[in-house]
Design a protein around this ligand. Structure first.
Ligand SMILES: Nc1ncnc2c1ncn2[C@@H]1O[C@H](COP(=O)(O)OP(=O)(O)OP(=O)(O)O)[C@@H](O)[C@H]1O
Ligand SMILES: [Mg+2]
Length: 408
């Protein structure tokens, strides 16, 4: 009971991206009711090419974004759950086999599963790497029986197949150091796109088979789910920044002006806007007319690149024929008007943007909100073992049963 009272009620997610750092604050009423209190965004500083390039700048930036959200919601934040983007990541498959008994057979226990997964993790991890997530794909019992959950099955040999998300240990240490320098503790660290899937994809959709596409600034991360398991991860070297560059180069504009035009006038439509004519762009000495048609052309060129990349990656995935739940798109890049329709037409699959009730531009903050939720889930996991005396007793009985099965 005491633990239940002590459990934190507010969780803050911080998503460190290439173009901006976003924070979200979530209030937990009970296990089924998590309310989003607020979000905040600041331009990313001190973080380049997926690494900390100025510790003080990044720490200041994190402090700014967390203070922003905590002041907005009038909640004191002491620890944050961190998200890092796909550029920092290595994805690898690993497997291991555990002999269970010399002769005869035994019932596979939770600790057998833990051991074989631990082995697979060790075998798949390099010296300088940290495991961010390990996702069991399937287990094999005695080479023949494929199982998603082998606990309780008879067997002599257990094989585990994991999908590992790895990050360079020092790169991660530096990011954590920046958070500490900003004055906050670090809870859970996750891949931002994975966190977005926690809020963006319902369980039924993940069971059916679906895709989450996170269009960031420099990179698009594509996650494939089937049977409620993350089964494949791909990345596409494309992000919203490519549109800005295309506009800047073709229209001979400064990058910030091109970014402005993109956000206010660009549309991912093949047709030239009916309005036609010029857009008046504010320059130092007055207004500069920019042809709407030229904006449209510059955007289309890059959108076509994204569509080709996405089509290749999704159509060549081994899960392609099992994706009946369609595609959900998140990340700032998803906010370009008309993009969902273009992706849908090209992939010939249902496509929608990730949404959160009551929040505009929800796609931009999906990861930050998901990180806060993952923080809560992590906390629940850590305290669930010792919730009530009844549950402690139940755990002990289960453990004794496992030991009996193991040795007799
Ligand atoms: N309203 C909008 N219309 C079009 N593009 C937008 C809009 N708002 C943001 N963007 C674009 O979204 C991109 C940033 O998206 P996001 O914030 O998800 O990236 P990030 O998390 O910083 O980067 P990454 O995930 O690659 O590390 C930028 O290129 C930005 O120009
Ligand atoms: Mg991102």
């Amino acid at each position: 009971m005491l633990n239940r009272l002590k459990r934190p009620k507010f969780f803050c997610g911080v998503d460190i991206g290439a173009s901006s750092v976003k924070a979200a604050l979530v209030h937990v009423r009970d296990e089924h009711n998590l309310d989003l209190l607020g979000v905040f965004e600041v331009p990313a500083k001190g973080f380049k090419d997926a690494s900390v390039n100025d510790l003080t700048e990044l720490a200041d930036c994190i402090q700014l974004v967390v203070k922003g959200v905590s002041q907005k919601c009038a909640v004191n934040v002491t620890s944050v759950h961190l998200g890092i983007d796909g550029e920092c990541l290595q994805v690898r498959r690993s497997s291991a086999v555990l002999p269970l008994v010399d002769t005869g057979t035994k019932v596979i226990s939770r600790s057998d599963v833990r051991k074989v997964n631990h082995q697979a993790r060790l075998l798949g991890t390099g010296l300088e790497e940290e495991v961010l997530h390990d996702v069991p794909q399937f287990y094999k019992v005695d080479d023949a029986n494929v199982a998603t959950n082998p606990i309780g099955l008879f067997g002599r040999k257990l094989e585990s197949h994991l999908l590992l998300f790895l990050v360079n240990a020092n790169r991660l240490r530096n990011m954590v150091k920046a958070v500490h320098q900003a004055g906050y503790e670090v809870g859970r660290v996750s891949l931002s796109a994975w966190a977005a899937s926690v809020v963006g994809l319902e369980e039924a959709l993940k069971r059916q088979g679906c895709v989450l596409v996170d269009i960031g600034s420099n990179l698009t991360t594509v996650l494939f789910f089937k049977n409620n398991i993350l089964g494949d991860v791909q990345s596409v070297p494309w992000g919203g920044q490519y549109l800005t560059q295309s506009l800047a180069e073709r229209l001979n504009l400064a990058a910030d002006l091109a970014e402005d035009i993109k956000r206010t006038h660009a549309v991912a439509s093949v047709a030239v806007p009916a309005a036609g004519g010029d857009i008046l762009v504010k320059r130092d000495k007055g207004y500069l007319p920019v042809r709407r048609e030229a904006v449209c052309e510059a955007v289309n060129w890059e959108v076509e690149n994204l569509l080709t990349h996405l089509e290749t990656v999704i159509h060549s995935s081994p899960l392609f024929h099992d994706l009946n739940g369609g595609v959900v798109v998140v990340g700032g890049g998803a906010l370009l008007p008309g993009l969902m329709e273009r992706i849908e037409a090209r992939l010939r699959m249902p496509v929608r943007m990730g949404t959160t009730k009551g929040l505009n531009n929800a796609a931009l903050f999906s990861s930050a909100i998901g990180l806060a939720q993952l923080g809560y889930m992590n906390n629940l996991q850590q305290t669930v073992d010792f919730k009530t005396p009844g549950e402690v007793k139940h755990k002990l009985i289960e453990r004794v049963r496992e030991l009996c099965q193991e040795y007799f």
